[in-house]
Design a protein. Sequence first.
Length: 377
Amino acid sequence: MRILYVASDQTLPGETGGSVHVHEVSRELGKRGHEVHAVVQDRGKGDTAADGYSIHRIRWSPPHRFFRFRARPRIAALIDRLKPDVLIERYYNFGGEGVLAAETARIPSLLEVNSPVVDHRGSLKAMLDALLITRPMRAYRERLVRSASALISPIKEIVPEFAREKTHTVTWGANVEAFQPARRSESLRQSWGATQETCVVLFSGSHRPWHGVKTLLGAARRLKDRSDVIFVLAGGDHAGSATDFHGRFLGRVPYRDMPEVTASADLSVAPYDRSRLRSLELGFFWSPLKIFEALASGVPMITLDIAPLNDIVRDGREGVFFKENDSSDLARVISSLADDRPRREAMGIGARERAPRFSWEAHAAQIESILRGLKAS
């Protein structure tokens, strides 16, 4: 198939989760024999070919994401020139340029939903929309959903109820070739102050309040007297040794270095705090790359006992759960695993064995099946 993948607010190459997502999906669909054309922001060296797919860079005016819908004529021109069999669009509230252009051209479209289409309780956006009486923003979003031939999303609760019948539940994934246990580096561990006997506990992410860093730091302080446990935090703006616990902040780490960083840990922690982000009341709609990447790296995961995380990580098999927002319980779990190396290693083996189920290759195979169905209908 010839596939046009519209992700106009993303950049390639890029370091964000969205950029990684677009690259990996495009690459894997290309490896499956499809002709993939990814459409991204005009930041780079013109239209290029990369890892088996083509990149088209576009711009619109004004250049803010709020006006992304104004890129529709450019997408229509690409459709006219490339004549794709199907179109995928990465959803954004003020997007829709791909789905609506596809509808006009009468080609099937798949809307990739990574964030809520429906409004959550107390949403400022919804309140502003209501002031306009006709709720134009909600009407526009629902128009996009109706126009799309099908949708994919980690959970169905974040799409309007009328569209759930045509929504496919799809998890995101990891590059299991790049992220693997063989990337473990003793020299990197030594630079963190770890020996072969040290239990390295890794957190990676942007350190936003809902990522649960506060809970993790509370656990780290409770274990500050354990010289055999080191906490390593990748991401965020601060770099340097910690002052109130045994560990260090790495600051921003280039994504190309993350396979080595992840594999060099003994435990990985995803301590989300759902109370800090209202939209998560709709359901835990994230499909976190760092969890899939830890599994692929053979590193046991400590996270929350909530869906869909407990469908990815099985308690006692690939990781362990702790009580949300409870730094004492997190410290207990970390201490227990730090004391039991054979258990950690067994879970690490199980994690690596489970990883292919959540690879980008598996994700692309599911997308391919959906797209073939759309093309045939």
